[in-house]
Design a binder for this molecule. Sequence first.
Ligand SMILES: Nc1ncnc2c1ncn2[C@@H]1O[C@H](COP(=O)(O)OP(=O)(O)OP(=O)(O)O)[C@@H](O)[C@H]1O
Ligand SMILES: [Mg+2]
Length: 290
Amino acid sequence: MAGSATKSEEERPIGPTGRPYNGFPTPPKLDAHGPARIIAMCNQKGGVGKTTSTINLAAALAHYGRRVLCVDFDPQGALSAGLGIATHEIPTIYDLLLDTKRDAHEVIVSTRVDGLDVIPANIDLSAAEVHLVNEVARETILSRVLRGVAHEYDVILIDCQPSLGLLTVNALTAAHGVIIPLECEFFALRGVALLVETIDKVRDRLNPSITLDGVLATMYDPRTLHSREVLERVVEAFGDDVLETVIGRTVKFPDASVSGLPITEFAPEHSAAQAYLRLARELVARGAVA
Ligand SMILES: Nc1ncnc2c1ncn2[C@@H]1O[C@H](COP(=O)(O)OP(=O)(O)OP(=O)(O)O)[C@@H](O)[C@H]1O
Ligand SMILES: [Mg+2]
């Protein structure tokens, strides 16, 4: 319509979650940094896009001038590898968990992305649960590790392993919020009730202020009825907690991982890079990130 600057809700196309499409405004520049809001990327189901989303959301937030720290909290070390970090024989999150007096700065690695740092992990972390199980306040160890560096970052993203064990409970205890990535596939919702129950228990006993920042639908393929039906069911279950930004299925992600770069650097014009940039804008608009 000539002359009208903004479209009314009715005129805007409907997005895949059933709400009118919102592009979300570019986040304002920050004059100062920290203290960080800590977000755990969590789902005990494997292969749902936790690591991919952590890497690319982190890079997207860094793109908007946020100082971002990613914590690789999975012994597979996929986040570290995806950001081009070789993890053998370097200090990792495991060393910080075992000695919380150790300075986290000795372990933090900067990446090729401006403003994005990582605490890496490697297979050593698989021994952590056994070592930590007899510690006093064993659920709060990661929280204590991050306390020393949180003031330097605007956001800390924790890439959880696919389990609800002690490491994940540590992540949920350290976090202000949790994002649940869900793959738009069969059984997407299977196990999510248990995850929500775990978050509720952590809120009850360890971390009263933890909030659900959002459910992130990943690997969505709008061409298949199945994908659309799964997303519909996810919206039925979680309502407005489902983030409006939905990540499409594309082979660009495996390609970007091999290159050791986030997709926002590997293929900045690609729709998947644009999706993670929009996700970053949405989280700022929702107040989940400064
Ligand atoms: N939107 C997407 N489209 C296509 N492939 C994707 C997408 N997101 C992730 N993948 C691919 O799916 C696989 C699993 O993704 P990812 O490693 O991010 O999941 P995860 O939840 O971290 O897995 P795990 O539970 O093993 O840690 C990877 O090979 C990744 O490249
Ligand atoms: Mg992973």
